[in-house]
Design a protein around this ligand. Structure first.
Ligand code: FES
Ligand SMILES: [Fe+2]
Length: 379
């Protein structure tokens, strides 16, 4: 984000604060409970959103050098992500082409080839078929060139490795993120490293987890014992960039800061949340970024991966370790409060006594996010 934009966003928040007003949308909106519990709706979301659009499967540094790999999954598909000997990332379905055994069981590591634990068919880091015991006798009529691992579209951009499950998808990473590329580039995520990560399963629809970050109305209530006291009451702003949302969440210190000072930085007095459609959220803080990866499993079950990304040069040393561990713990506790809320909402939705939830004028970012989902489903 450039300086002019940073000061404009600051001004906007300070004007609202002095007018004692929240950032208001046009009017009250309603969201149907069916969007969060319908199997049919979820299958549509799988086809038209999660399989169609790029998903950040790993930070680039998770594959440190040539001939490295990691195991992952997205939208129910088991994946093997590799970096070949030239450093190029690839993604494959983690399934042996012989009789379908899971090829790699290890979570991550270094390897020049992958050998299936069932009958020892082996493959290179570029996915190509290499050898199989007694191949000529048993499979001689097959073309080895067609026995490579099933590949999935994969590209490294903005510091992440992105995969797209649907081979026919025309939504390239560069196109999807073009409206917010300047901001995304400026975060310099490729220079960060993973300090800590935690994966949890939350018994709630994926949209409830995203929506939890899009308003500050709940901060002083649901987060009263954690982050609530540090933030302004019910004050956040947002801007829409194509399918994505950027939200400014001001801390209480912003009101007393000297905006005219050249050393003023909005990030010293606010968090900035990027909800990058559909499954990537970046909570940009003073000295680090929390990356939340959303993996929908069923209408009422979502895996949430919380990763603390820190500048590579700030990762080393005993003090740094304690500092980032503490930060990560605070993040997990706060997002744990949001997850408990989401599970409570999901139970109400499943019970089915009411049919809609109500969004106030200061919760209109949730409406904007749901409009994007609806637009994608209709496309
Ligand atoms: S299933 Fe992999 S070698 Fe047989
Ligand atoms: Fe929250």
């Amino acid at each position: 984000m450039n300086r002019q934009e940073e000061l404009k966003l600051t001004e906007e928040v300070l004007e609202l604060k002095s007018a004692k007003s929240a950032f208001l949308g046009d009017g009250v909106e309603r969201l149907s409970y069916d969007n969060y519990r319908s199997e049919e709706r979820f299958r549509n979301e799988l086809d038209k959103v999660f399989r169609q659009l790029p998903h950040a499967i790993a930070h680039g540094s998770a594959l440190e050098g040539p001939d490295t790999f990691l195991r992952a999954s997205h939208a129910g598909v088991p994946l093997l992500i590799t970096r070949d000997s030239d450093g190029v990332p690839h993604a494959f379905v983690n399934t042996c082409r012989h009789r379908g055994m899971q090829l790699v069981a290890e979570q991550s590591g270094c390897a020049k080839r992958f050998t299936c634990p069932y009958h020892a068919w082996s493959y290179g880091t570029d996915g190509g078929f290499l050898t199989a015991p007694h191949f000529d006798q048993g499979f001689g009529e097959l073309d080895k060139a067609e026995l490579g691992l099933k590949s999935v579209s994969c590209v490294e951009r903005f510091g992440f490795i992105w995969i797209t499950l649907d081979a026919s998808s025309r939504d390239h990473v560069d196109d999807l993120f073009a409206p917010i590329a300047e901001d995304f580039e400026s975060l310099r995520i490729e220079g960060l490293r993973v300090a800590h990560e935690t994966v949890v399963q939350v018994e709630a629809n994926w949209k409830l987890l995203v929506e939890g970050g899009l308003e500050a109305y709940h901060f002083k209530v649901a987060h009263k014992d954690t982050i609530g006291p540090y933030f302004e009451n019910n004050l956040s702003t947002f801007q829409v960039f194509g399918d994505h949302i950027r939200s400014v969440l001001p801390r209480a210190t912003l009101a007393d800061s000297d905006v005219q000072d050249d050393s003023f930085r909005l990030l010293d007095h606010a968090n900035i949340l990027y909800v990058l459609f559909p499954t990537t959220q970046l909570l940009v803080q003073q000295d680090h970024i929390v990356w939340t990866q959303t993996n929908p499993i069923s209408p009422g079950l979502t895996e949430s991966r919380m990763v603390t990304l820190v500048p590579a040069e700030d990762l080393e040393g005993e003090k740094a370790q304690g500092y980032w561990a503490k930060n990560h713990h605070i993040t997990c506790t706060t997002l744990g409060e949001d997850s408990s809320v989401a599970e409570g909402i999901q139970r109400s939705i499943n019970a089915g006594f009411d049919q809609t939830m109500i969004l106030g004028r200061f919760e209109s970012a949730l409406g904007a996010f749901n409009d994007t989902v609806t637009r994608r489903l209709a496309s």
